[in-house]
Design a protein around this ligand. Sequence first.
Ligand code: COA
Length: 337
Amino acid sequence: MIAVRNGHRARARMVGLGAHVPERIVTNRDIAEHVDTSDEWIVERTGIRERRFVADGEAASDLGVIAARRILDDAGLLAEEVDTLIVPTASPDHIFPSTAALVAERIGAHRAAAFDLNAGCTGFVYALAQACALVEAGIGRNALIVGAEALSRLTDHSDRSTCILFGDAAAGAMIVAGEDDSTTGFLGFELGADGAGGPDLIVPAGGSRQPLEEAEPGDAYIQMNGREVFRFATRVMVESITRLLNALEMGIQEVDVLVAHQANSRIIDNAIGQLGIPAERVINNLDRYGNTSSASIPLVLAEARDAGRLRPGHLMLLTGFGAGLTWGSTLVRYEPR
Ligand code: COA
């Protein structure tokens, strides 16, 4: 991709959505066969009923390639037209090369700059900010975001506090340059990170701090302080949304659709109660997919679009939180081509 800025001042718009989930369904009862838990406990404490797992040998990029093609179809664009390909992921195929470079190669996005973005489960919202900034700065016109996750590969399936939560999926959106005088697109972002909470949600080994050959048993898997993460998430989701709305001098009643990162229905219900948004404007699907990290928000959006719940012009409030610890919210109008 090469960019020459010539006074380019286009607004960024979200024009396409798409998703792909692996075939294998793992129900709560399946999990209860190998750890001490129950369908009732998991549904009551998390809202999750089932999730999808990749097949043996399948990785994040395999899901990402299919989702990317669907997003391109929805946006009416060809892979060669993609200027930037961002893969937010917490479960990349490798430390390097980036999963984005692998996806770009396989879909034929040969002109694209491609990179992964690691902001835990806030990855999609961070990637929207990146894509919006690039497009509005004139550094490329079309940015493809594909959240791609194979978290089941990083999960200790004997740890009942984490193995019930996570699922695999890929989903994303196409961000393109709109017209100069457009008043829509992204209204604003509120993003943050607090590394002090890093140890609360971590894969300790496999990086330069603790190479795999030095790893203790279990350190190559997700480790989580569930109560701390729960406390953090319930606080930060409401704070982030409130800061964003205040900065925009808007009220929650102006929001048509709220899609939150799908981690736990109790976290989302708590926020709905505090924010005062009508429950029918909040769209969830975590009962069927669990926590798919960077894929979770666009997975809801793609399904909502297919179900006719997303209309052109709808003002969408998207909010996420996750490893880092990170958080982020944005308000964007849905403007399909
Ligand atoms: N089945 C049955 N019991 C379980 C269990 C499971 N799958 N997981 C934990 N428990 C037990 C605990 O061992 C504990 O038992 P104890 O009282 O004998 O010690 C008891 O349930 C309560 O544990 P607690 O951690 O307080 O449960 P909780 O209500 O906080 O629910 C989580 C646990 C993980 C569901 C919850 O903390 C959570 O969702 N946290 C946020 C996780 C998250 O969203 N992470 C990703 C962020 S992007």
